[in-house]
Design a protein around this ligand. Structure first.
Ligand code: 3H9
Length: 693
């Protein structure tokens, strides 16, 4: 046995306990420990029945993802599963927390399964670009119906123990401590009060209609359906003799392990968690029992909704009574939407609304623990608000700004307590988007940073630590690469082609569609603000300004780059072609055509360039933090892992070569960042930097 697996005997029954924190992943020590434990218990003539359970917060969370890509050390998980199933003594799995992936596969090889109330079971491998590789696709359809099998394996979402019971995946629900339940249930297994079954011996009856409907659905999705389709092919193997089916599943699993999708999705999985590793991680966060939000516009209302959904009472400050009514309407509408999406129960709705106060009286913020300001983006206005907060708020209250790009050090000058000031940059819609940039100013106290991260956790958001600069991590990078789309459009690429090419790359929407959706007036105001700062060498494209000058701000006015029709369709705005033609004529540009590939390459390279600068300057702690920003705030395709994970795939030298070749058109825009040049010179990667920092 190993230090992570222990056995205990209680007369003629025994328990095997896995204790491999934090999530009991099936790493090598655990796998070996389980096999050793089984060998010992099988050899013990006294033992009649065995219960397998876990210590800590959860049952086995699956294979140890960190071991993927490294040489596998036997016994491999499929062999451990087969070994359990072949045990001459009946074994029951006691599952608490979450039994996921290889964890559920282990349980499916036990001869009975018990779920502790509140637990969940699932096969989430597709979320990592994989498929269950220890018999899950072959054994699940032997206990559950085809629809449930397809849904769990190709969808990846876990189901509750109650549902698992309904679908035959578990045999029993129990309350209590897993260690104690293990002893009682092992006795029941010994006495045949709980029936033991060998999953591989159960008949399988795949429903052909459901399988072919799923196949057609995933085939129609093209490359976006590839991971699910591979998982479905493995399920088809369940109809074969079991060892053939298991071998076919294994082959598909190994194929998936080598796929780009797995590489990107695994990186995204770790990115979500790695960002919590900050210098202030050990600080004790300040307690946030109540919060205030200044400004009840779309952003402020979204932030308030997010807090309310996390159970935090919120006071929203608005300027006038009609604005108060608007904020109340927006926030209750958001909460109703949350009910519809299953994020808030019908029963909890009224109690949640009751936690909302909207008022014009700013002094009502005197007792709140945190205030987030979400007012107009002007330093003057921010100074006014923060000076008032300084006079009103209690000592120790965190004073946050939701500014998208303004200097937090500068904002903090308006108060006598700059240590309490921080940037908490939410992304719209704030109650839906998962990213929260925690912007740390020079004087921000470490426990205030920790408070930002603790708040994000409560709001179920992914917090990323950012330094102060214009636009922080995300908007700064966006401001840079967004220009590449304007340049390509002016040089002859059709903007609808640009949108489509980037959707083909995996973006949820193309950049021009996004601009229309978020409102072209926002970028317009931003360009006007930056105009005095714009270097003369910087190429400027005036098309978006012309659209705005015509009074068209995108979707909200029904017209932007596209015209939005009442039936929900959209077509290109014919005015835009004229604006482009006029500007080309004025600047003497002869339009040329672009391939989709060139569009994607230029766009992504521009993005990577600014990402590298943000890392180089220490605005982001590590490359993986930049990846997290783009995965959780900007819809970067998850299966590509984020811009800097993708950059490693291209390689630093290839990127430098690309930039140098693009520089022939525009030597000011296309400059090689020092960090990237260094990486090209010494052959290192962003992944290496992630390990170093
Ligand atoms: C699989 O099973 C393949 C098989 O079919 C076939 C094999 C042959 N491995 O999320 P948390 C780490 S594929 C290694 O914050 P929570 C995580 O990185 C696997 N490490 O906790 C973090 O580390 P750190 C299928 C793992 O309570 C720490 O544990 N299974 C693994 O919020 C805490 O994680 C899955 O995809 C792992 N499997 O949520 C399940 N899982 O502290 C993936 C977690 O250093 N896991 N870590 O940053 C989860 O969904 C959640 O972790 C879970 C707990 C719900 C279990």
């Amino acid at each position: 046995m190993t230090e992570v697996v222990t056995i205990q005997k209680f007369d003629d029954i025994a328990t095997i306990c896995i204790d491999n924190p934090p999530v009991n992943a099936a790493g090598h020590a655990m796998r070996k420990g389980v096999v050793d434990a089984l060998d010992m218990l099988e050899a013990d003539p006294e033992v009649k029945a065995i219960a397998l359970y876990c210590a800590g917060r959860t049952f086995v969370a699956g294979a140890d993802i960190r071991e993927f890509g490294k040489p596998s050390q036997p016994p491999v998980l499929p062999d451990v599963c087969n070994r359990l199933e072949a045990s001459s003594k009946p074994i029951v799995a006691i599952m608490h927390g979450t039994a996921l992936g290889g964890g559920l596969e282990l349980a499916l090889c036990c001869h009975a399964r018990v779920g502790i109330t509140g637990s969940k079971v699932g096969l989430p491998e597709v979320n990592l670009g994989l498929l269950p590789g220890s018999g899950g696709t072959i054994r699940l359809p032997r206990v559950a119906d085809t629809a449930t099998t397809i849904k769990m394996i190709t969808g990846g979402a876990p189901i509750s123990a109650e549902d698992a019971l309904k679908h035959g995946i578990i045999d029993r629900l129990e309350d209590g401590d897993p260690a104690q339940v293990a002893v009682t249930i092992a006795k029941e297994l010994r006495d045949w009060k709980l029936k033991a079954r060998v999953t591989r011996d159960l008949p399988v009856n795949l429903n052909g209609d459901k399988m072919s409907a799923a196949r057609s659905k995933f085939e129609a999705l093209g490359s976006k359906g590839a991971v699910a389709l591979r998982a479905l092919r493995a399920i088809e193997g369940a109809a074969k003799p079991i060892d053939e089916g298991l071998a076919a599943e294994r082959a598909l699993f190994i194929e998936a392990l080598a796929s780009d999708e797995h590489h990107g999705l695994k990186h995204a999985f770790f990115a979500e968690r790695a960002v919590a590793n900050i210098p202030e991680a050990k600080e004790t966060p300040r307690e946030i029992k109540t919060a205030g939000v200044i400004g009840g516009g779309t952003m402020g209302s979204g932030i308030a909704t997010s807090m309310l959904l996390a159970g935090i009472p919120v006071t929203v400050i608005e300027m006038a009574e009609d604005r108060v009514a608007f904020a109340v309407k927006t926030i209750t509408g958001n909460l109703q939407g949350a009910v519809k999406r299953g994020k808030l129960s019908h029963e909890a709705f009224d109690a949640t609304v009751a936690k909302l106060t909207v008022t014009t009286d700013m002094s009502s913020l005197c007792d709140v623990d945190l205030v987030i300001e979400a007012v107009f983006e002007s330093m003057e206005v921010k100074h006014e608000v923060f000076a008032k907060l300084d006079a009103i708020c209690k000592t120790g209250a965190v004073l946050a700004s939701n500014t998208s790009y303004l200097n937090i050090d500068e904002i903090a000058k308006a108060v006598t307590r700059p240590q309490d000031v921080i940037g908490l940059h939410f992304f719209s819609p704030a109650h839906v988007m998962r990213l929260l940039e925690v912007v740390v100013a020079d004087k921000t106290a470490p426990d205030v940073v920790a408070t930002g991260f603790a708040l994000a956790k409560r709001l179920r958001k992914v917090a990323v630590r950012a330094g102060v600069c214009d636009g922080f991590i995300g908007n700064r990078i966006l401001a840079h690469y967004a220009r590449s789309t304007g340049y390509m459009m002016m040089d002859g690429a059709d903007y609808e082609q640009i949108d489509n090419a980037l959707v083909g790359f995996g973006a949820a929407m193309g950049p021009f569609t996004v601009g229309d959706l978020s409102g072209l007036d926002i970028g317009w105001a931003e360009r006007k603000r930056r105009a005095p700062l714009r270097p003369p060498e910087e190429r400027y494209i005036g098309v978006a300004d012309k659209i705005c000058e015509a009074g068209d701000f995108g979707r909200k006015t029904g017209k932007g780059y596209y015209v939005y029709w009442p039936d929900g369709s959209k077509t290109k705005n014919p005015d835009v072609a004229q604006f482009i033609a006029d500007e080309q004529a004025e600047k003497g540009i002869t339009p040329r055509s672009f391939t989709d590939e060139e569009i994607v390459d230029r766009y992504i390279t521009a993005m990577i360039v600014e990402c590298a600068r943000v890392v180089e300057e220490g605005i982001a702690l590590r490359p993986i933090d930049v990846d997290a920003v783009f995965l959780f705030g900007y819809g970067f395709p998850r299966h590509r892992g984020g811009p800097l994970c993708y950059a490693d795939k291209i390689g630093a030298q290839a990127l430098v070569d690309r930039i140098n070749s693009y520089a022939k058109d525009d030597a000011y825009y296309w400059r090689v960042p020092a960090l990237l040049q260094k990486m090209a010179d010494d052959g290192t990667t962003f992944a290496d930097l992630n390990k170093e920092r």
